[in-house]
Write a protein that binds this ligand. Structure first.
Ligand SMILES: [Zn+2]
Length: 572
């Protein structure tokens, strides 16, 4: 019998971190059948000379919950060798959700993840109420695999209604949430996510629901995963050391991990406002893991670029006067930005370093990237500091005058994180960090992080040589699969699921994000393409060849195997 697929003559990076070797991979019935020198024939033979053959990459930090409903192959992720995506991070999911709570649930995605409300309203058709129903809606209509976390905000809203954004939960309410979480996990959810980030708000300016939870509530929910002995906890707090003290933050992650399930915490990055914090956090993560506590920090292979104009900006949310103005109507904003007294307040918050803020206050790192009028074209790609110097103004006047002149439509870009590449190299190199914080599906017009894996492979591994390719691939595959309990993926081994990526190690890289009008209703978003990714295979079927979808939909909702086994076990 010929195999379904035979990949011949590639260099196999099997995901374990062991040295790579020349060989073939045979696939049958969605699984890897044979590895090594394969003599048998196959219905489809792919020659992989000069290419790396690796397990498909698993993007574990996405917000694709809504996008997967209209885009089953998860563009742009699928162009970068991603074969499995994990939505439901940062406490946000579209289920469970009662009909009367739909606007509230969408409102969290709109503000925290910067998705256009009109797109969500038109494209999310709510064919579900419970989390298992949401998973069923996805299953059978997927190009990539999906392994989903349950979001704390949705659990709270389901149990408490609008009071979820007003107060702590009562013991009876926590019990209800625990029951819902347990049902979801037994039906295939791969864990639970929560979000304590003090700047995360809904579209109506109220806090997102998970922020009102006590530590005890979160610990009780994590304990549910321990009880069923499956699933992981993902927690966002902003950055420990900023939003909470580093000690307190890490101690809380360790308390959550006492339930016996892995904890994935956000995050370690270089920051200009606290340039040594990353080193402290890395040391603390190492200590926890050395003590046998399964608590893993995540990190990013790229800058978090924030593109904004003053019609739509979150970059100043830590600065009270800015935040207040940016929540006001456009007319009120314009008026405020013109007022010299207001400008003085804005200046004191955004220039003088009086209190901590995610905004770097480095106006030499705030770039004007797109003028809204032809007159200002020559200023493109210059920093606000440079523009101010050219015009003989101070930075705030230069910034606001330019924006006002262009009806607040001037596009800027800045980045507060990962600006020091030597620090980033050390963070990535640590054996304890999970690499990937794509936020795929979120921040749609500010930034596109889909290409973290190709960035990691092309820039950090090939050019900067921060680690071997074998070790890098282990970080993108086996390490992620193990921590999130996807035990039949992340390695090239006979018997495991045939999720594979073929790429050229000499050319692989991410491209600059570009604007496309491919959201429902023709709305705009940033997409990101890759170079050097030749093919991806999902469950044994070829999904993408040279950036083109083959038309197949081989993806599945993962995480329900255990449920099936359990059902069988219960019957015996
Ligand atoms: Zn997130």
């Amino acid at each position: 019998m010929p195999y379904d697929l035979l990949i011949k003559g590639g260099r196999i990076y099997d995901g374990s971190g062991l040295p790579s070797y020349m060989g073939d991979v045979a696939v049958e019935g969605g699984r890897i059948a044979e590895v090594g020198r394969v003599g048998s024939s196959a219905r489809r033979v792919v020659h992989a000379d000069g290419l790396a053959v690796a397990p498909g990459f698993i993007d574990f930090h996405t917000h694709l919950d809504a996008q997967l409903l209209w885009d089953p192959i998860a563009t742009s992720s699928c162009w970068h060798g991603i074969t499995t995506v994990i939505p439901g991070n940062c406490g946000l999911t579209l289920a469970p959700c009662r009909p009367q709570d739909r606007e509230s649930i969408l409102g969290s995605f709109v503000r925290v993840e910067a998705m256009p409300l009109q797109v969500l309203r038109s494209a999310v058709n709510w064919e579900w109420e419970t989390f298992p129903e949401y998973l069923s809606r996805l299953d059978g209509r997927l190009g990539v695999n999906v392994a989903a976390l349950v979001g704390h905000c949705a659990l709270r809203q389901y149990v408490m209604g609008e009071e979820a954004v007003e107060r702590a939960a009562k013991p009876g309410e926590i019990e209800k949430m625990k029951k819902l979480l347990k049902e979801s996990v037994l039906a295939g959810a791969i864990g639970f996510s929560t979000n304590q980030n003090p700047v995360h708000m809904r579209a109506d300016g109220r806090p997102i629901a998970s922020r009102l939870a006590t530590e005890e509530e979160i610990i009780e929910l994590a304990a549910v995963l321990g009880e069923v002995n499956r699933g992981s906890v993902q927690i966002s707090v902003g950055t420990p050391g900023i939003s909470v003290s580093a000690d307190k933050g890490v101690a809380f992650f360790n308390r959550l991990a006492a339930a016996g399930r892995p904890v994935i915490w956000q995050s370690i990055a270089h920051r200009w406002d606290q340039p040594d914090l990353w080193r402290q956090l890395l040391g603390m993560a190492e200590q926890s893991l050395a003590a046998g506590i399964p608590s893993y920090p995540l990190c990013n292979a790229r800058l978090f670029n924030n593109r904004f104009n003053l019609k739509n900006a979150q970059v100043f949310d830590d600065l009270p006067t800015w935040k207040q103005i940016l929540f006001a109507s456009i007319d009120q904003r314009t008026e405020a930005f013109r007022d010299p007294e207001v400008r003085q307040k804005l200046r004191s918050e955004a220039v003088e370093n009086r209190f901590r803020s995610r905004f770097s206050r480095r106006w030499d790192l705030v770039y004007m990237i797109k003028a809204a009028t032809p007159k200002n074209k020559p200023l493109e790609k210059k920093s606000v500091a440079e523009i101010a110097q050219m015009q003989g103004k101070d930075v705030i006047d230069a910034f606001l005058d330019l924006s006002l002149e262009e009806n607040l439509e001037t596009l800027f870009q800045t980045s507060s994180n990962n600006g020091d590449e030597n620090a980033v190299a050390e963070i990535l190199r640590s054996p304890f960090t999970l690499v990937g914080q794509s936020d795929a599906g979120a921040h749609l017009i500010y930034d596109a992080g889909y290409g973290y894996a190709t960035r990691f492979l092309g820039y950090w591994i090939r050019e900067r040589k921060v680690m071997s390719l074998e070790e890098g691939i282990r970080k993108l595959t086996f390490m992620v699969a193990s921590i999130f309990g996807l035990y039949d993926r992340g390695l090239i081994r006979p018997g495991l699921a045939a999720d594979l990526v073929l790429f050229d190690p000499l050319t692989v890289r991410d491209c600059e994000p570009e604007m496309a009008s491919d959201l429902p209703g023709g709305e705009k978003r940033l997409i990101q393409k890759a170079i050097g990714v030749n093919m991806s295979v999902v469950n044994g079927e070829v999904l993408i060849v040279d950036g083109e979808h083959t038309g197949t939909l081989p993806g599945r909702v993962l995480g329900d195997d255990r449920k099936r086994q359990q059902a069988e076990g219960n019957r015996q």
